[in-house]
Design a protein around this ligand. Structure first.
Ligand code: NAD
Length: 487
């Protein structure tokens, strides 16, 4: 079994504080040993990034683009070899791993290879400016120019470790930043494996560093370090709040992608096609990584006359899913990441039951050993005040609520602290579009849970601040400098 080091300055570094085990959620066996962090490990990773950043930022954009393209090539060729490790540490099914983990990471590096050469100068029209005690008058020219932020600390959640890393690191490197990545404790091994691969692709030593740790300390030390200019964080709202407070003290830039409690609103005009789409979309809460996805439509809000039909459709969907070993091709739903997460999900379901929710599907622990499995669960007759309707569960649990008109639908949809991703289903897309304007949510899908790779991604309210996605990510990982001259 491999005992990994931190990846710092283009080399493995033996951790001062030893290792902790990374556990396969399907077998409960140890997959590998990840390094614990001491403050000196974090400090050295930041020092390495600082030393490398200035040279990398002065590397011509075309050369940066070529390196990012080569990283995409290496990941496309070698990612497949790491698939067993990725599956073992995440518990993701073969379908999810093969379609959405490596291919999406490759796409992200290719996209931001192009991003490195996107225009970074925004010309502004010259303005005649009168003389003042400050300076003589004249035709004054100006441009807004994007500059790198510097050293970016990238702290990520478990679930899609490599994709999440790529979504931060690729645009950050494209803009000339250096990074220190701190992956989630549960699934950090493939992120560590990327170090030598990026080096092989020609990325200069120190531009990309990875440190890990089993607790909050590694992330906390990175956020507090004065040598870090920006924190890009994906994770829970509770931790995001702590990071915002700590980062604010040293005026670090932040990009915060936090929790969600997505609503899928089935409007009264939904026809057969829209209802079928809605059931498939909401069913993805169970079939897509067992609901451990921040954008999942975990609340289905249905116009009352359609309510029982949608609930019955979802019940059949849940009961049709094959739950089991994620490496079996026939498996649609694998385990949750840990025993702790499964216990959390079960506690939510027990509380909802006690508060009066009707368990239409699932609700009991599946008879599968070993592994941290939870059954696809559908809770009907939920009311907006119940905890299950307000709190993020991050597991395979859908709650169904009925509404009588669109005012009530908007009120329920907006009644949680979150605002990450909502969905609207109906026959008339113009009506759905108009309804989207009433949703306090950073993203709204209309009759689909499909994504657009160029669309800005981020949250309203407690789901975060800032946007990445497409060219918006290049903005997120840069500072705008105004250049002003007399002509
Ligand atoms: P988490 O907040 O517990 O941990 C996320 C990361 O923060 C981990 O790397 C963890 O070690 C680190 N961390 C913990 N405490 C810290 C601290 N005080 N300072 C700095 N770093 C700290 O989240 P999780 O359980 O890994 O992931 C699930 C959460 O992530 C859910 O809330 C989910 O909605 C969210 N998520 C959001 C998005 C998005 O793009 N909006 C995507 C995926 C997951």
């Amino acid at each position: 079994m491999t005992a990994y080091g931190h990846w710092i300055a283009g080399a493995w570094r033996t951790p001062e504080k030893g290792h902790y085990p990374v556990v396969n959620p399907a077998t409960e066996q140890v997959v590998g040993e990840a390094p614990e962090s001491a403050p000196t490990d974090i400090a050295d990773a930041v020092t390495s990034a600082r030393a490398a950043q200035s040279g990398w930022s002065r590397t011509p954009p075309r050369e940066r683009a070529a390196v990012l393209d080569r990283i995409a090539d290496v990941l496309a060729e070698r990612g497949r070899d790491l698939t067993p490790l990725l599956q073992a540490e995440t518990g993701a099914t073969t379908r999810v791993t093969s379609t959405l983990q490596w291919p999406t990471a490759v796409d992200r590096f290719r996209r931001y290879a192009r991003g490195a050469t996107e225009a970074d100068v925004i010309p502004l029209a010259p303005r005649p400016v009168r003389a003042s005690p400050l300076a003589p008058g004249g035709l004054i020219g100006a441009a807004a120019v994007r500059r790198p932020v510097g050293v970016v600390g990238c702290i990520t959640s478990y679930n899609f470790p490599v994709v999440n890393l790529a979504g931060k690191v690729a645009p950050a490197l494209a803009m000339g930043n250096a990074v220190v990545v701190k992956p989630a404790p549960q699934d950090p091994l493939c992120c560590l494996e990327l170090g030598p691969l990026f080096r092989e692709a020609g990325l200069p030593d120190g531009v990309f560093n990875v440190v890990t740790g089993s607790g909050a300390e590694a992330g906390q030390a990175l956020v507090a370090h004065p040598g870090v200019d920006m924190i890009s964080f994906t994770g829970s709202t509770a931790v995001g709040r702590q990071i915002a407070e700590s980062a604010g003290r040293s005026m670090k830039r932040t990009l915060l992608e936090l929790g969600g409690k997505g609503a899928a609103v089935v409007l009264g005009d939904a026809d057969d096609e829209a209802i079928t789409s809605a059931i498939g979309a909401v069913g993805s809460v169970w079939s897509f990584h067992s609901g451990q996805v921040c954008t999942a439509p975990t609340r289905v809000l249905v116009h009352r006359p359609l309510y029982e039909r949608v609930v019955t459709g979802l019940q059949h969907y849940a009961q049709s899913l094959t739950l089991g070993d994620p490496v079996e091709n026939s498996t649609i739903m694998g385990p949750l990441i840990s025993a702790a997460q499964r216990d959390r999900v079960e506690a939510h379901v027990a509380r909802a039951r006690a508060e009066g929710a009707r368990v239409v599907a699932g609700g009991t622990r599946p008879d599968l050993r070993p592994g941290f499995y939870a059954a696809p669960t559908l809770l009907a007759d939920v009311t907006p005040g119940m905890a299950a309707a307000r709190e993020e569960i991050f597991g395979p649990v859908v709650v169904a609520l009925a509404f009588d008109d669109e005012d009530e639908a908007a009120e329920i949809a907006n009644s949680t602290p979150y605002g990450l991703y909502d969905y609207v289903f109906g026959a008339d897309t113009a009506r759905a579009w108009a309804f989207a304007a009433r949703l306090r949510s950073g993203n709204v899908g209309i009759n689909t849970v499909q994504r657009h790779p160029e669309a800005p991604f981020g949250g309203f309210k407690h789901s975060g601040t800032g946007r990445d996605g497409g060219s918006f990510a290049l903005h997120a990982y840069s500072e705008v400098q105004s250049l002003v001259w007399s002509s």
